[in-house]
Design a binder for this molecule. Structure first.
Ligand SMILES: [Zn+2]
Length: 264
């Protein structure tokens, strides 16, 4: 685990390795606000860090297990509120039902009781705007710090040109959310997987442009009468490890389906 500081932010970057794949997930601490908790797979390491970090509230960008894994532990150990978008509350109240590869990669996520976040959040020095940004997950939020011009974007960015989507992802909604994000005046962007990005607007715009042009291409091919399989072969010919690991939960097919709404 690597701890970095950036002005008054602390970032803990946790590497998670499975077979030949390595993924990273970050938690951020700023002004007494912990943003996401890390996965339970690294529970001991993260718990010892969190026992040292001082925070009086926790904000979860969404309910996924790599962001909420330690939330049940925090709830037991510390008397602090855990906030999530209202659409995530019921998902967190029961133990997460995860496919095997996610359980192996990130570890399980037990039940806990979060509270609904409102439109703004107050910390000692800052006022935060809470922006509902579904697409990757229905309860996904971004946190905007107007004083600093900083955006904490959860899993909205991750990478600029994804070739595959998860079954639960929705590309048109993602496009809408990225557009919403760009209506805010921000510089630095804090990603939960790609880390701290100084020219934040540029990378969000890149991703938005890529998704919009790919959406156009998919719709064009679909209107020409091409099947999902044909579109996939033309636009996304390469197979990725994650497509195999996930037994199809992550696949270019879901990218196409979420746009054409044709399930074949
Ligand atoms: Zn996620």
């Amino acid at each position: 685990m690597q701890i970095k500081s950036f002005e008054d932010v602390l970032q803990a970057n946790i590497p998670v390795v499975l077979a030949k794949s390595e993924l990273h997930v970050s938690l951020y601490l700023i002004d007494g606000v912990l943003i996401d908790t890390g996965p339970s797979r690294e529970a001991e390491m993260v718990a010892s860090l969190l026992s040292q970090w001082e925070f009086d509230q926790v904000v979860l960008t969404h309910h996924h297990e790599d962001h909420t894994g330690l939330a049940p532990w925090i709830q037991k150990q510390k008397q602090v509120p855990l906030y999530i978008h209202e659409k995530g509350i019921n998902l967190c109240r029961k133990k997460a039902k995860l496919p095997l590869y996610r359980r192996l990669f990130w570890g399980k996520r037990l039940a806990f009781e979060p509270e609904a976040i409102s439109n703004t959040l107050q910390s000692e020095r800052y006022t935060w705007e809470v922006i509902h940004t579904p697409g990757h997950a229905i309860d996904h939020i971004a946190l905007y710090n107007r004083e600093k011009g900083w955006m904490f974007g959860g899993d909205l960015y991750v990478q600029p040109r994804p070739k595959s989507m998860f079954r639960f992802e929705d590309v048109p909604l993602l496009i809408k959310s990225l557009r919403k994000l760009l209506s805010y005046d921000f510089t630095t962007y804090f990603c939960q997987h790609a880390g701290i990005i100084l020219d934040g607007k540029k990378v969000i715009r890149q991703k938005l442009d890529y998704l919009m042009s790919t959406q156009q291409e998919i719709l064009f091919m679909h209107n020409e009468g091409k099947s999902t399989k044909q579109i996939q072969q033309e636009l996304f010919p390469k197979k990725h490890m994650m497509n195999y690991y996930s037994f199809g939960e992550s696949s270019p097919r879901h990218f196409i389906h979420s746009i054409t709404h044709v399930i074949e």
